[in-house]
Design a protein around this ligand. Sequence first.
Ligand SMILES: Cc1cc2nc3c(=O)[nH]c(=O)nc-3n(C[C@H](O)[C@H](O)[C@H](O)COP(=O)(O)O)c2cc1C
Length: 411
Amino acid sequence: MDLNGKKILLGVTGGISAYKSVTLLRLLQKQGAEIRVVMTDASTEFVGPLTFASLTRFPVYTSKELAESSPFRHIDYPRWADLFLIVPCSANTLAKLVHGLADDPVSLCFMAATCPKWVAPAMNSAMYASVAVQNNLRMLKNFENVQVLEASAGFLACGEEGPGRLIEPEEILNRLLVFAENVNPVFKGKKVLISAGRTREAIDTVRYISNSSSGKTAVALASVFLESGFSVTVVKGQMEAEFPPGVQIVSVESALDMHSQIMALASDFDVIVHAAAVADFRPKMVSDKKIKGSSSLLQIELEPNPNILRETVKQKKNGQVIVGFALETDDFEANAIEKLEKSGADLLVLNTPVAKNSGFGFDQVSYALLFDAKRIPPLKMNSKKQLAKEVLDFIKQAWTSSDDFTELHNA
Ligand SMILES: Cc1cc2nc3c(=O)[nH]c(=O)nc-3n(C[C@H](O)[C@H](O)[C@H](O)COP(=O)(O)O)c2cc1C
């Protein structure tokens, strides 16, 4: 698939790599995209607005334009766009985006844009490594609907070598092609909440009960949902795997924390996927000091944690899809059927770590998707990404074929 008919607003800021935005514009046009351009004053010192106006045949939105012909261009251009790309993004503009300044055409359009926004920083490597820029990048990655296209390392125009080099226009195009191919109109603007990682149930101030979940399945789910047009929020416990840029992250520690965060957020989401390995039990008493080795304590009394899957199903809103996970080590089918029936989940992902080189920490997993207790498919071994794609296919199917889901689908 190409970018035929896609409307892209290209923001250009004052950096030496601004000339590469001309190459990007041409690449996008060759794929059939319609482009309009917005520029900061500083960027017009690097590339003339006339270049962009000639290539796009549309007025370039500059600060001069702000006062002249179209007073509402800061609303009209972002509203027109399917995507807002800021390439390159200077350290100065980055700070404005993050801290809510809107005193030039690019930062103004960024604030007014509700479409997906991709930001490609580029600068000298010392600037890029500075605490201010790194903090701002970290914050920007947590903005809803924003992707940061990280700078790479290499020779910089200032003669130095290091990180800060603008991502190549060809690479931006490749990512856009993947994005355009995967975005499904059914999923556009929909929101998914994914629980991830493992919880920690405190025994005392330094010890806890936990498990071996790596969070890799949740990362695969988040990536696939994000690429398909969803806005993705994750409530995560401890985990090693990292989420891609653009995912909103809420961090928690224990099952009780995860329970309260998910219950507070649930009603705001179209899909909830319970991929976290939440402890079933927690110590009844938590010592407020480290329990001494000499302690005569021989037993830790446990009490059950809330069943988050079942509670979200109880409060399920019309059209919402709820996906549960069942990790089983024995009697797979019977256990999974019982969990599917008792929880009332729309879909249950039965998975097991017993097969070699699969499960915890691996990229492969042995699983089966259950949505009908009378039809149990056999377990199969596949990548976690493939599992995520099948979960997404189930949701697409549900929203496009079942009456139960009509309301949300039509929303
Ligand atoms: C020759 C030259 C090259 C520059 N290159 C960069 C750059 O690559 N990245 C950057 O963040 N700033 C760079 N700057 C500094 C910005 O142009 C300056 O911070 C400006 O205020 C940015 O304004 P803007 O964010 O409104 O475009 C450069 C300045 C000069 C004079």
